[in-house]
Design a protein. Structure first.
Length: 432
């Protein structure tokens, strides 16, 4: 690579604009660390005159990103648009074919098209780097690809979405409802102001799980329907009951090999107050890796926001500028496997189930009899009456049972007219 490195940034939203400012500010620092001078020669977004937090050089602006790729000498391109398809995919494809290195924080693009784009990058002998796509500034992908490269990883799990972790933490600390805390998260820039759905329903975390699985287990990105649930149905009542039980609710992303098969899931979990993961709060992410011979490794840091994301993007930039061409997923495309999937219906956990019921004689026994019918063993029952409204909250903690078993059991409760609403189910992770 030449001594002068030409850079383009496509997409000037919160992340792209922050990155632009960081590159301008740290130009000299990057030159000292790499011996190379970087120069931003092209930027592109929909609106040239949009009011942005940081000033941009409008002389290098183009509303058509392909003009920059085709007509300017580019060495490294940052794709910061963030779509899973469409313009994001086309820009990355075009850049790679034009022998331009690509860096992106776009987890949805990598989770959906990472295999294809990685092979394209290998064929064209350029880098496709995406450290910022998982856990913001936490260097989890480099840790797996480089630091733990000779370890046999069996399991990787943790808090992969700072937005949901902030909401659950703030609900506990402020004693406020989900909707009120969500508005706080939006006001502080932790959640999308218009549509935070992809954070809340678990999709964002699941995209990251797929990327982590591919790196940890040398497999191609999974295409199966994993177990995926978000936090939309968690109520303040659940947070309070968890506290009574010395537990906390966390949205976990999980990837592990069970009986030589790949299991992936994202769902709310009840974890112990005395566990490491139970004490990771606010917008923090934490990833726990179980490998051999290293044992358990933990990485933690801020996973949301333009600052941590830009940190990871600049780390990828430094790596490329140092003439470090690598396979995007650590090993070549042809050597990555297709691992068979573990059947979700066989996944087993202890369960927390909250029932809102009419406070009548025989209601509790009808629920427990249904559990007995499906051989689901009950560990604990908490019953809280609401005498004013003739209602009650019943919380049941079970011993371990399978997904298929509890699904069949819960279907019976639909016919019970004394159960006021659909029961809330939360799995107890690593709980006997």
């Amino acid at each position: 690579m030449n001594k002068n490195i030409n850079i383009a940034i496509i997409g000037l939203g919160q992340i792209g604009c922050y990155l632009y400012n960081e590159l301008v500010k740290k130009n000299k620092e990057i030159e000292i660390k790499t011996g190379k001078k970087i120069k931003i020669v092209g930027i592109s977004a929909k609106n040239k005159n949009k009011k942005r937090k940081f000033n941009i050089n409008k002389k290098i602006f183009s509303s058509n990103p392909f003009d920059i790729i085709n007509n300017r000498k580019i060495d490294i391109l940052f794709e910061c648009i963030g779509l899973p398809d469409g313009i994001s995919k086309k820009i990355v494809e075009k850049a790679i074919v034009n022998k331009i290195h690509v860096i992106t924080p776009n987890k949805s693009l990598i989770a959906k098209h990472g295999d294809y784009l990685a092979k394209l990058a290998e064929d064209n002998n350029v880098n496709l780097e995406f450290e910022a796509s998982v856990a913001g500034g936490v260097p989890i992908l480099k840790t797996i690809k480089e630091g733990l490269v000779t370890n046999k990883i069996k399991k990787i799990y943790g808090i992969l979405n700072g937005t949901t972790n902030y909401i659950l933490t703030e609900m506990e600390n402020s004693n406020e409802s989900f909707q009120i805390v969500l508005k706080k998260a939006q006001a502080r820039g932790y959640a999308e102001p218009s549509n935070p759905k992809l954070d809340l329903n678990g999709f964002d975390a699941y995209s990251k799980v797929k990327i982590l699985s591919a790196l940890a287990f040398d497999n191609k990105i999974s295409k199966h329907n994993a177990l995926m649930e978000g936090i939309e149905n968690i109520e303040l009542k659940d947070i309070k009951i968890a506290k009574q039980l010395n537990l906390r609710i966390k949205l976990l992303g999980i990837s592990e090999i069970i009986n030589n098969r790949l299991f992936e899931a994202v769902h709310p979990c009840l974890v112990g107050n005395d566990t490491y993961i139970g004490n990771v709060n606010g917008v923090m992410n934490a990833i726990i890796i179980n490998g051999k011979p290293i044992g358990e490794s933990i990485l933690q840091g801020e996973g949301a926001g333009p600052g941590p994301t830009s940190s990871a993007l600049l780390s990828d930039l430094i790596s490329i500028v140092r003439n470090d061409v690598k396979k995007p997923f650590g090993i070549s495309y042809k050597n990555r496997k297709n691992i068979k999937y573990f059947d979700n219906k066989d996944y087993s956990n202890s369960l927390y189930l909250r029932f809102e019921v009419n406070d009548k004689p025989g209601v509790l026994s009808s629920i427990t009899n249904t559990f007995a019918k499906y051989k689901i063993s009950i560990k604990r029952i908490i019953q809280t009456p609401d005498k004013i409204n003739n209602k009650a909250t019943i919380v049941i903690i079970t011993h371990k049972t399978t997904e298929i078993n509890i699904k069949k059991c819960l279907s019976i409760f639909k016919k019970n007219k004394n159960i006021i609403k659909k029961p809330t189910l939360i799995r107890l992770y690593n709980y006997n």
